[in-house]
Unconditional design. Structure first.
Ligand code: SF4
Length: 600
């Protein structure tokens, strides 16, 4: 019997015995007692996992659950005891990452993993990938199961940011794209609803199984084994293997119903405006050469607000050496279009690619954050690692590529952090790859912490957003003041309005874009850190207080008006449309818009 099961059985017995003092302190003691002899960290009892564990057994192993003999009254008491107070994430927004199905990619970069169970560049060991595989890569089931898990862990999920990852979005058929996003919204609208129209999670699961699909890891491994072996031996490319797997009867049957119309999507969007789980951000991952006006319009109609774009390097020779079929010119064009269309721009950049040196990496990063053609809003900064299935392996074995030594890598990243301007957030420094999949390269999961410690030791000021984000403990919301950082890009003047404390900690911000062609101004992002927003609301009191977010929007409108713009747009998310309507914005085709005159 596992420790978790033993703990649950003891709790059930205590409830049945009518013990009186069954509260959080009693539960803490019980957990400590069960962990005393546990040397293996993975086998320890975690208080927050008791409820998901109980519900998981009840759902997936009803026979075992029946042996626990839990009657209705005991279960009610058990749920009451195990349910922790609802928690919000620091930003006040729950993030749900979903993965698209395995699909050929129109590039074939050297360092990119070739796991045929996954969309290109992902590995089946990554947490979000495991979830996706357990749910047949179905968007509805992925969201539904994540919402279930988050709720069971006591998280508040009324505001959700959806992140769509996997291969390259632009390579998927348009009807699959529309279906995928429609189903994301449908899951959020259905979750917790008393009655679900159409396919709920159980019927959907049965539908996949009826087509011959499985979520059993062993069976999936067996079914894909021959293809994976052929890819690893260089007899098949990843794309050829995926085409072969997707041509199998079960995949073809499933693909026939993975389609939706824009009318279906619109219906789910409208429901989501007032749903209990609203989408406050939708991020889609793609590649710069697959960004054009048509695609950006299409993504906007889906409700996309942020684009994650793989750059990896701004050095043409390095892009070529790593077999990335993208030019620096295409990257710069993509930046300009994304900005003019109002998207938040998150990019991936890699250090230690084939052909780079530490100094060349530093210079590349400076180009990214100083050259007017680029200047992203958010960066995922990944050191290149060798994973077993990538073509980089041959270069490693010939001694043509080597990972940097740890101290060299940390020094490069320290310099990158210090060079990052005030309007940029470095969201990540490592990928969620399991260390067992890494043949060579950084395996330290606390790499960012190591970098931060060295940055702190340097005593040099840090402008980067994530390092400056306030926490509940050290901010007095009444002491905030608004500051404006102005910078220029190839197509716009950008104003980064930020709420900061006296020591330059950041509590919220707004990205205002003023296009040089004198069209209409654009608000690309408004973000107030959830905890600050709540304290601010509490301390100022209901009716009179003006929210920090609203003040940012009003300031952006005032600045745009002063600069001679007649109207301002906001790239709102489906779940924030009501908020902007209340601020005087009217619905448009792609954006919400406010006319700027003397009164507005
Ligand atoms: S474009 Fe992205 S997914 Fe495609 S091969 Fe390159 S890194 Fe992999």
């Amino acid at each position: 019997m596992s420790r978790m099961e033993a703990a649950i059985l003891e709790i059930i017995a205590a409830i049945k015995a009518g013990e009186r003092a069954l509260d959080a302190a009693w539960l803490d003691k019980l957990v400590r007692r069960h962990n005393r002899a546990a040397h293996d960290a993975n086998r320890r009892v975690a208080k927050r996992r008791l409820l998901p564990y109980y519900l998981g057994v009840k759902r997936s192993d009803p026979q075992r659950w029946a042996t626990w003999e839990v009657d209705a009254a005991t279960e009610e008491a058990l749920l009451r005891l195990l349910k922790m107070k609802p928690r919000r994430t620091a930003s006040g927004v729950a993030t749900i990452t979903v993965i698209t199905k395995p699909w050929p990619c129109s590039s074939d970069c050297l360092y990119c993993p070739n796991d045929v169970r996954m969309p290109k560049s992902y590995l089946s060991n990554e947490p979000a990938c495991q979830r996706a595989e357990r749910n047949y890569f179905d968007p509805y089931l992925q969201v539904y199961s994540r919402l279930t898990a988050l709720s069971e862990m006591g998280h508040v999920t009324d505001k959700v940011e959806l992140i769509v990852l996997g291969g390259t979005w632009g390579d998927y058929p348009e009807e699959y794209q529309t279906w995928f996003v429609t189903e994301l919204f449908r899951a959020l609208n259905d979750f917790g609803a008393p009655a679900i129209e159409g396919d709920g999670p159980e019927r959907r699961d049965a539908r996949y199984r009826a087509c011959g699909a499985t979520y059993d890891k062993e069976t999936i491994a067996q079914r894909t084994e021959a293809c994976q072996r052929a890819v690893s031996a260089g007899e098949l490319t990843y794309n050829q293997a995926i085409r072969e797997l997707n041509a199998r009867a079960e995949s073809r049957d499933i693909a026939t119903w993975q389609t939706a119309t824009l009318a279906d999507l619109k219906r789910e969007h409208q429901k989501n405006e007032d749903a209990a789980h609203r989408v406050v951000g939708l991020c889609i991952e793609t590649r710069p050469d697959l960004i054009d006006e048509g695609r950006l319009r299409a993504m906007r109609l889906l409700g996309c607000t942020k684009v994650q774009m793989g750059i990896q390097s701004l050095d043409q020779a390095t892009l070529q050496a790593n077999r990335r079929n993208v030019t620096v010119e295409q990257i710069s064009h993509a930046f300009s279009l994304l900005r003019l269309y109002g998207y938040k721009i998150q990019i991936h950049m890699m250090v230690n690619l084939l052909g780079m040196t530490p100094d060349a990496d530093r210079a590349d990063y400076l180009r990214l954050v100083r050259d007017e053609r680029f200047l992203p809003d958010e960066i995922k900064l990944y050191p290149c690692c060798l994973v077993e299935s990538s073509r980089l392996r041959a270069y490693y074995e010939r001694g043509e590529w080597q990972p940097y030594a740890e101290d060299v890598l940390v020094d490069v990243l320290v310099d990158d952090v210090l060079a990052t301007p005030a309007y940029v957030r470095i969201s990540r420094m490592i990928r969620d790859i399991s260390t067992t999949d890494i043949v060579a390269g950084n395996k330290k999961t606390n790499l960012r912490q190591m970098v931060e410690q060295k940055v702190a030791k340097s005593g040099r000021p840090v402008q980067e957003i994530r390092e400056r984000e306030v926490s509940l403990a050290n901010v007095d919301p009444m002491s905030l003041h608004m500051d404006c950082v102005t910078y220029h890009t190839a197509v716009s003047e950008e104003r980064f309005l930020q709420w900061v404390t006296e020591d330059n900690r950041i509590a919220g911000f707004c990205r205002l874009s003023l296009p040089l062609d004198r069209g209409e101004a654009m608000i690309r992002e408004v973000h107030v850190y959830g905890r600050v927003a709540r304290i601010h609301a509490t301390e100022r009191g209901g009716a009179q207080h003006t929210g920090l977010g609203k003040q940012l929007v009003e300031e952006a409108c005032a600045q745009a008006r002063d600069m001679g713009y007649d109207a301002i747009n906001v790239i709102s998310s489906v779940g924030t449309r009501n908020y902007y309507r209340a601020l005087g914005f009217a619905d448009g085709d792609l954006y919400q818009r406010r006319v700027l005159d003397e009164q507005n």
